[in-house]
Design a protein around this ligand. Structure first.
Ligand SMILES: *Cc1c(COP(=O)(O)O)cnc(C)c1O
Length: 415
């Protein structure tokens, strides 16, 4: 049976096996090395010249990272992957590889707060402008594209608004204009393969579900192999394309962006994340099953003003989500209570759900966005990301669902 015919849960356990070691080690060791030595000046010259494959310095590559990158490539059915120090480093590196001062990005407006700030403030200060559009409005993407647009960017499920953009329609718009589409798939790994909807670049914060255990910050960039980098918007890749063909984007990232900006992942973090990704499919199944049960349980509860979950028929983007996400709707859901005070009382009354600024942990996590990660946003920005004072976000874990529901149920009596 070829690797292609295997299921994703099997592939993630068996198809990225390390070849660097002949010791029979079942798990790729942590190559805690900064540099790699060569027997001769000729040998190291050949690697530097790109005539010979090899590791030189861990900022550009390391065998423990390679192991993780193989599995990330499998996960997204890509051409190749690069692991990064964080999800933010993955997004920053992607933008820097494609855009320069004077260029533009078109991005959905319902995106992770750190990404919004990166695009809106930090990159804008260095001359890369982002036009934000309503994430679910395909025509708005088309209208915002100009001659200087170098990247279209969306997330699979807006966080915490939980809206679901139609990625295949947005991909068509980007491709008509010869622009690459990057999709941040942090919230739905293994539930959805953005490549199938036409995405050219997939980005992950592996910190979340891929790691799964909340023990290592990390990120990833995967080139799905769809995009032809010979396009006229990307002439800066022409030179590297002569040597690397359609690997031009990945080669440019590694040999220039990573060399120059240093967003590499630490080997120990890659080791932890490699262990996490092996059980991703099973965990996502459980996260998803639990989340839909929690959403259904509380959907008609009088103590709650609103429950939002893309898997509920009442969700405004339920149709798009149903078409897009083959394997379920993910672990994030939001509850709206009466006001901010009831949210605080409710969170303080939870016994098992942990109050933390993270998602994708095996444990159920809860947070009040307006007073935490969205506190710096203006009123208009809060509306764009769907945050009001009475909103609570859950990242449903893999505990037994009855225990998650009873924790929420008991605490709702406090408010
Ligand atoms: C957390 C997150 C990021 C940033 O990732 P870090 O690993 O925290 O740097 C980017 N996008 C999404 C959707 C996220 O949830």
């Amino acid at each position: 049976m070829s690797a292609k015919e295997l299921h994703m849960s099997t592939k993630l356990l068996h198809s990225a096996r390390a070849s660097e070691t002949d010791s029979g080690a079942m798990v790729t060791p942590i190559y805690q090395n900064s540099a790699f030595a060569y027997d001769s000046a000729d040998a190291i010259e050949a690697v530097f010249a790109g005539r010979q494959a090899g590791y030189v310095y861990s900022r550009m590559g390391n065998p423990t990272l390679t192991q993780l990158e193989r599995n990330l490539t499998v996960l997204e059915d890509g051409l190749g992957a690069i692991s990064t120090s964080s999800g933010m480093a993955a997004i920053t590196s992607t933008v820097l590889a494609l855009a320069e001062s004077g260029d533009e990005i078109v991005s959905g407006n319902s995106i992770f707060g750190g990404t919004y700030s990166l695009l809106h403030s930090t990159l804008a200060r260095s001359g890369i402008k982002t036009r934000f559009v309503e994430s679910t409005d395909v025509e708005a993407f088309r209208k915002a594209i100009t001659d200087r647009t170098k990247l279209v960017f969306v997330e699979t499920i807006g966080n915490p608004k939980l809206d679901v953009p139609d990625i295949s329609e947005i991909a068509k718009v980007a491709h008509e204009k010869g622009i690459a589409l990057a999709v941040d798939n942090t919230i739905t790994p293994s539930l959805f393969q953005p490549k199938k909807a036409g995405a050219d670049i997939v980005i992950h914060s592996t910190t979340k579900f891929i790691n799964g255990h909340g023990n290592a910050i990390g990120g990833a960039i995967i080139d799905t192999g769809i995009f032809d980098w010979a396009g006229k918007r990307y002439q800066h890749l022409d030179n590297i394309r002569k040597r690397s063909g359609n690997f031009a984007f990945l080669a440019f990232l590694r040999s220039q962006i990573f060399r120059d900006t240093g967003g590499c992942q630490a080997p120990f973090n890659a080791f932890l994340t490699s262990i996490g990704i092996e059980s991703l499919v099973v965990r996502m199944e459980r996260h998803t099953l639990n989340a839909i049960k929690v959403a259904r349980f509380f959907a008609s509860d009088k103590r709650i003003v609103d429950v939002r979950y893309p898997g509920l028929e009442t969700h405004p983007d339920h149709k798009v989500a149903g078409r897009q996400f083959e394997n379920g709707y993910g672990a994030l859901l939001t509850l709206s209570l009466k006001d901010r005070e009831s949210c605080f009382k409710f969170i303080n009354g939870l016994k098992r759900a942990r109050n933390a600024a993270n998602i994708g942990d095996v444990r159920t996590l809860v947070i009040h966005p307006a007073s935490t990660f969205c506190r710096e946003l203006t009123g208009e920005e809060r509306q764009a990301v769907g945050v009001s004072d009475n909103l609570i976000r859950f990242s449903i874990g893999i505990e037994h669902v009855d225990d998650i529901i009873s924790d929420i149920d008991v605490s709702l009596y406090n408010i």
